[in-house]
Design a protein around this ligand. Structure first.
Ligand code: NAD
Length: 441
């Protein structure tokens, strides 16, 4: 089939590459000419394990191409996947300007029947508004063309995106016409043939499913963080509580890692957007409001631990940070807890030496106009940021940090103090080695 991806970010590029891998003819379109130019040269603009191979292989096979021309992408495709960002607005609602912008452009350029697929995470009712916008543009042009709008939310995780896309737990498609249903069944035939479940449902149900799934996972993280905080107050051990709790099949062990809370481009904004959707319907989603509050409080509790350890006197101290990305195996720093920590520590006069295996360039860009940016130095490898530091702070649980030798850490730090925001070391072992070791729980 001929498919277009509009918006070539984490979701658009992965979806495009995986659809091409499955045998479809895919054209990826983005407004950003530098991104498209880089992709044409074979340079992948994001860090995502395995993605480069997929892109190169499918470009070489002639199944994957890139353009900045929406008209070209639309004219060549039977289905147009909208994969643009839907960031949070001030009031927590999803900013749909990019989705609506694409809808308008499709209405202005389409010449025959198209299926427009909302793959971006969008609130209930968005497909209906996309439909209206396209119809309005067609009416303005005085043409009578049929089209369908489908909701096909994406559940991939950054860092494991290829595996998630190629072997999904489920595919959700909200659809209103048999014609669009048949087309979507054909798009996903390579998956259903391998017994990956495809659930067709009403469009609003598909739209809400995505928010329900992300909000539930976010709530699970906030829940375990509250339990970890209670462990610290009661003398219980979060590692054991987590194991005892998570081995119950009804609960499961995943998303029960206490830490600095969730970040990234999805959970924070999706939780806020669902709270907002509920509010517009006069429904007070109390549990999600608490999920959001607990999540932000978690970072600040951790910062407070650092401040208390130094008796409030951080001015001129040097601290090392391991991990900047919001989670391992990605360069994505959107809403990363490390950013909150860095900003607060700079305010307090701290000198920071930081290291991340993938996200350093993103962090440099993020802070490039910060008045105190000169107080951040970037190490080339984990141990490089340790010499002379008054403590090490761990913000992301990259594998390379888990494998680090605590003795080597101790020998380089000025003081053997570790604030472990991801509980990657064993507290007893660290204390036996002479560390002052802080963890979550
Ligand atoms: N990142 C994830 O892990 C993930 C997972 C599931 C769902 N989602 C959802 O998918 C959507 C996209 O997320 P992302 O992380 O891929 O975003 P992103 O910011 O990485 O990429 C969005 C891309 O869209 C492009 N764009 C914006 N307006 C455009 C237009 N009018 N025409 C063409 N291109 C345009 C931007 O230049 C950018 O390259 C969001 O709604 C997000 O919530 C993301």
């Amino acid at each position: 089939m001929h498919l277009a991806m509009v918006g070539v970010g984490y979701v658009g590029l992965v979806t495009g590459a995986c659809m091409a891998e499955a045998g479809h003819q895919v054209i990826c379109m983005d407004l950003d000419p530098e991104k498209i130019e880089a992709l044409r040269r074979g340079v992948i603009p994001i860090y995502e394990p395995g993605l480069e191979d997929y892109v190169h292989r499918n470009v070489a096979a002639g199944r994957l191409s890139f353009t900045t021309d929406l008209k070209e992408a639309v004219s060549k495709s039977q289905a147009i996947f909208v994969c643009v960002g839907t960031p949070s607005r001030e009031d927590g609602s999803a900013d749909l300007q990019y989705v609506f912008g694409v809808a308008k452009s499709v209405g202005q350029t389409m010449e025959d029947y198209k299926v427009v697929v909302d793959k971006s995470t969008v609130p209930v009712g968005t497909a209906a508004r996309v439909r209206q916008l396209i119809a309005k543009e067609l009416a303005r042009r005085g043409v009578d063309l049929s089209f369908d709008v489908v909701s096909n939310p994406e559940f991939l995780r950054e860092g494991a995106a290829i595996g998630d896309f190629m072997s999904p737990d489920r595919i959700v498609v909200g659809v209103e016409s048999d014609r669009a249903k048949e087309l979507m069944a054909e798009v996903y035939r390579p998956w259903t043939e391998k017994n990956h479940p495809l659930y067709f449902m009403e469009v609003p149900s598909a739209e809400l499913t995505k928010y329900a799934a992300n909000s539930f996972l976010a709530a699970k993280i906030s829940f375990i963080n509250e339990i970890a905080n209670l462990c610290a107050l009661t003398g219980a051990n979060i590692v054991n509580v987590r194991q005892g709790m998570g081995s119950d099949k009804r609960i499961g062990p995943l998303f029960l890692n206490p830490g600095l809370g969730y970040g990234g481009s999805c959970f924070p904004k999706d939780v806020k957007a669902l709270i907002h959707t509920a509010k517009t319907l006069a429904y007070n989603f109390k549990m999600l409001e608490a999920t959001d509050t607990v999540n932000m409080t978690q970072r600040h509790r951790f910062i407070l631990k650092i401040i208390q350890h130094f008796n409030g006197n951080l001015d001129g101290r040097k601290l090392a940070i391991w991990g900047l990305a919001f989670k391992p195996d990605t360069d994505d720093i959107r809403e990363a807890p490390a950013l909150t920590l860095i900003e607060r520590l700079l305010d307090l006069g701290v000198q920071l030496a930081v290291y991340d295996p993938a996200a350093m360039n993103e962090v440099k860009k993020y802070f490039h106009q910060h008045p105190e940016r000169d107080r951040i130095t970037y190490g080339e490898f984990p141990e490089a940021v340790l010499p002379g530091a008054d403590a090490l702070i761990i913000c992301t649980e990259w594998q390379v940090f888990r494998k680090a030798d605590p003795q080597a850490i101790k020998s380089r730090l000025k003081n053997p103090v570790v604030f472990d925001g991801r509980n990657i070391f064993k507290p007893e072992a660290m204390r036996d080695l002479g560390f002052t070791y802080f963890f979550v729980g």
